[in-house]
Design a protein around this ligand. Structure first.
Ligand code: SF4
Length: 591
């Protein structure tokens, strides 16, 4: 590879030809400020539109300033990253950006967490000249079931577009208009609900301003907790415990399971349960479905479709409903753990505590924004009453805890309540890419072979690569497993299935980078792989510390089948724990 030598701030460096000034400076430990730029190396995605111009630098011999994120170095280049001209230009650029930005920082959903505000402080902007010349655009706020878009706050960094189009290949967002009206959103200024958006929330996770935020349900939860006629129970998804501590100043990867339970109890929830219980239940249903299809397939039944696809990620479900509706008989029919929990809570548990369905409020704490949308889907309601009443994100839970003057750092560790709070390690690993299929493999292997697993960890299913393949030996029968995180990678696997080229018996797909630990509702991580890997480690450590590691050995799951459901895939289990899919593909008509 050809090398070039250049000088940045009087320091000499040799880098590969094609390197940008920003990357070369980073190698020297020089941190050039950026706003629109993002580099997600592990996901192989880089956003460098050179649009915001905050990262400009002075290059000797070049008249105008150069955006360092998108300008490649050349041999003999001399760069100054913080000359007075550069500092002045950055400040002016920021003043321009702020001149047509709404001034509602005090009440903005991103207040305290806003990259734009942080950058304005860093650049020393104390007043905004020229506002009288700027035109404020007047877009209507778009309230979808999961995501709120306030286009007046869009600064055209186009990070959301990168996640939506490059990483997810969803294609719900693209830039439109020019000048003060310029913004990013669905084509023809449609609302998100009319677009192919899956509500994965990755646009929210990378948005540097309040242009994209989650739909907040914390007021609904507070009102429910304050209503003496309601019994309010809560379930917490596995990935939440590995990230919530970050909102309280803890290092990424600090597990706060016990402290989170203590906080929820002090917030006033009548019963604190665990979605991991329902993850174990998902394995019983999905694993049985897998074994059923597999056995029939191995016996030569050509009508049985393989691979089976996991179905616990609602953004993924929306994705295939929009893009591959003709293949909707391939995914498992098992509902997601959130919805299985809701269905069991409002039947089995409601009966146990003698509370009417309409007086039982089920709240879920999720790392996910798609779960808000999922909870509102009509097929998960009985006479209009939803199985899950409110789904709030990890960030929303952190707000609730802080609002109640609680601090995770000083709370004791407490245990979940029974019976819906008991889970195996297999339920915990649902939070990471590869975890669902590993959990299913632990159970399916033992049920299929009748033998005990000597080692429950399937290392070949773990990792961070976008698409992974592994073959697991089911006592002489090789089972080919595929794993993908990110819908763009899932799309490739689906195209293979469609073309009859898939080699897999089972495939796990999660929409978010790293799985749910990188969900759109987690403390803002901007898809930093270091943070995601630390959270992943915390999840595997929690699994390793559990006395029960396999879903089918969870005594409360066994009891649930004995007392209520009968057996996996029974008529009752099918009615409560399975679902069907819909064709959501649409053609856009231009009049
Ligand atoms: Fe939600 Fe997890 Fe799917 Fe992301 S990967 S959309 S957090 S279920």
């Amino acid at each position: 590879m050809e090398k070039v030598k250049l000088t940045i701030d009087d320091k000499l460096i040799e880098v590969t030809k094609g390197t940008t000034i920003h990357k070369a400076a980073k190698e020297l430990g020089i941190d050039i400020p950026v706003l629109c730029y993002m580099n997600l190396e592990d996901l192989n995605i880089e956003n460098k539109p050179g649009g915001c111009r905050i990262c400009v630098v002075e290059v000797e011999g070049r008249n105008n300033l150069a955006p360092s994120c998108s300008t490649e170095v050349w041999d003999g280049m001399v760069v100054h990253t913080h000359s007075m001209r550069v500092i002045n230009a950055r400040r002016t650029v920021m003043e321009f950006i702020l001149s047509d930005h709404p001034k509602d920082c005090l009440t903005c959903a991103k207040s305290g967490n806003c990259d734009l505000q942080d950058m304005a402080v860093k650049l020393g902007v104390r007043e905004i000249p020229g506002q009288e010349y700027a035109e404020m655009s007047e877009y209507k706020i778009d309230f979808s079931p999961s995501i709120i878009r306030d286009l007046d706050k869009c600064i055209m960094c186009r990070r959301c577009e990168m996640m939506c189009n490059d990483f997810q290949t969803v294609g719900a967002l693209s830039a439109f208009h020019r000048g003060f009206e310029a913004a990013v959103g669905p084509a023809f200024e449609m609302e998100l609900e009319d677009s192919p958006c899956t509500y994965c929330g990755q646009c929210v996770a990378v948005c540097p301003t309040g242009a994209l935020t989650e739909k907040d349900h914390t007021r609904d939860v507070i009102n429910a907790l304050a209503d003496p006629t309601k019994t309010v129970i809560v379930q917490t998804a596995p990935a939440v415990r590995a990230a919530l501590g970050e909102e309280f100043g803890m290092e990424p990867g600090t597990s706060v399971t016990g402290e989170m339970v203590a906080a929820l109890r002090r917030l006033g929830f009548d019963h604190v349960f665990d979605t991991d219980f329902a993850a174990d239940l998902t394995i019983m249903e999905e694993g049985t479905e897998l074994l059923d299809r597999l056995t029939k397939h191995l016996n030569g039944d050509k009508d049985v479709k393989l691979p089976i696809l996991t179905s616990c990620c609602p953004a993924w479900v929306s994705f295939f409903e929009h893009n591959f509706p003709e293949m909707s008989d391939i995914p498992s029919t098992a509902r997601s753990p959130q919805q299985m929990f809701g269905a069991i809570a409002k039947t089995y548990f409601a009966d146990k505590i003698n509370v009417k369905r309409e007086d039982l409020i089920v709240v879920s704490i999720m790392p996910c924004l798609a779960k808000k949308y999922e909870a509102q889907r009509d097929e998960f309601k009985v006479d209009g009453n939803p199985d899950v009443d409110f789904s709030i994100s990890t960030r929303e839970l952190a707000h609730l805890i802080k609002e109640a003057n609680l601090d995770l750092n000083t709370l004791p560790k407490e245990d979940f309540d029974k019976p819906l709070g008991e889970s195996s390690g297999a339920g915990v690993i649902f939070g990471v890419t590869g975890g669902v299929i590993e959990a299913a493999t632990r159970t399916a292997y033992e049920l299929h072979t009748g033998k005990k697993l000597e080692k429950v960890e399937f290392e070949q299913l773990r990792g961070f690569e976008a698409v992974r393949k592994a073959t697991v030996d089911f006592d002489g029968t090789p089972i080919n497993i595929g794993i993908a995180h990110g819908l763009g990678h899932a799309r490739k696997l689906l195209e293979d299935i469609k073309a009859g080229k898939s080699e897999f018996h089972a495939i796990e797909i999660m929409s978010c980078p790293g799985g749910c630990i990188g969900g759109g509702g987690q403390p803002l991580h901007h898809s930093d792989s270091g943070i995601l890997k630390a959270r992943t480690k915390a999840i595997y450590a929690e699994d390793a510390g559990k006395p029960i590691r396999k879903s089918h050995e969870n005594p409360y799951i066994i009891k649930l089948y004995e007392e209520f459901l009968g057996k996996p895939m029974s008529e009752k289990a099918h009615h409560l724990l399975h679902t069907c899919y819909f064709d959501k593909s649409r053609k856009i008509e231009i009049s």
